[in-house]
Design a protein. Structure first.
Length: 202
């Protein structure tokens, strides 16, 4: 992380035989670098690291830092339409580099929710929920690639298949799994025995 090079206030420099403090000016790109790093963490879905870095920053109102913070708030609160439109408000063009990764991360999260909630959706509905403009090539590529996304994500590690296209519908694989039946009776009996023994002691 580059923070030590941008946040250092002073260093000890040799002067004759003594060590004296020599002041360093803060880099003019300090906030830009920190803001870009926040964008990187957000785009990768590393929200915990995002908040850890944010808590160590001093000036959260600087426009370079404030932009990813507000963007993260929109993501967490599910205001994805604002995330989509925020691209035009980026502090500089370097921030735009992370938007494609951020949009893919959001779409993967939405896709995981769709897979948990529906058995199938029309292509038109699925495209709309995933913030694709229409049933275009990008949407079809996303659906076809979901088998690789599913296999690489820890959340869906047990899935053996991805989404499928059937006519004008998107079919989601079943996420239901056989439930392990636990015989609770021995635990209940043991608990009652402990309670009975405790009552005798008291």
């Amino acid at each position: 992380m580059l923070r030590p090079y941008y946040s250092i206030k002073w260093v000890l420099a040799p002067c004759s035989l003594n060590l004296t403090p020599r002041g360093l000016q803060a880099s003019v790109r300090q906030h830009s670098i920190m803001g870009l790093y926040l964008m990187f963490l957000l785009a990768k879905g590393r929200i915990h690291d995002f908040h850890t870095e944010m808590e160590q920053m001093e000036d959260l109102e600087n426009r370079y830092v404030k932009f990813p913070i507000e963007l993260e708030r929109d993501v967490i609160e599910g205001r994805f339409s604002k995330v989509w439109s925020a691209k035009k408000d980026a502090p500089n063009d370097q921030y735009l580099f992370f938007f494609e990764s951020l949009l893919l991360t959001i779409r993967k999260d939405i896709g995981a929710c769709l897979q948990s909630s529906y058995q199938s959706l029309s292509q038109e509905e699925a495209a709309k929920l995933l913030f694709f403009s229409s049933n275009d090539g990008d949407f079809l590529k996303f659906v076809e690639a979901n088998v690789r996304i599913a296999m690489c994500s820890e959340k869906w590690l047990t899935e053996q298949q991805g989404w499928k296209l059937s006519g004008n519908s998107v079919l989601f694989p079943s996420t239901s799994s056989s439930k392990n039946v636990v015989n609770a009776q021995p635990m209940i009996d043991q608990t009652l025995l402990y309670a009975h023994e405790l009552e005798r002691i008291i």
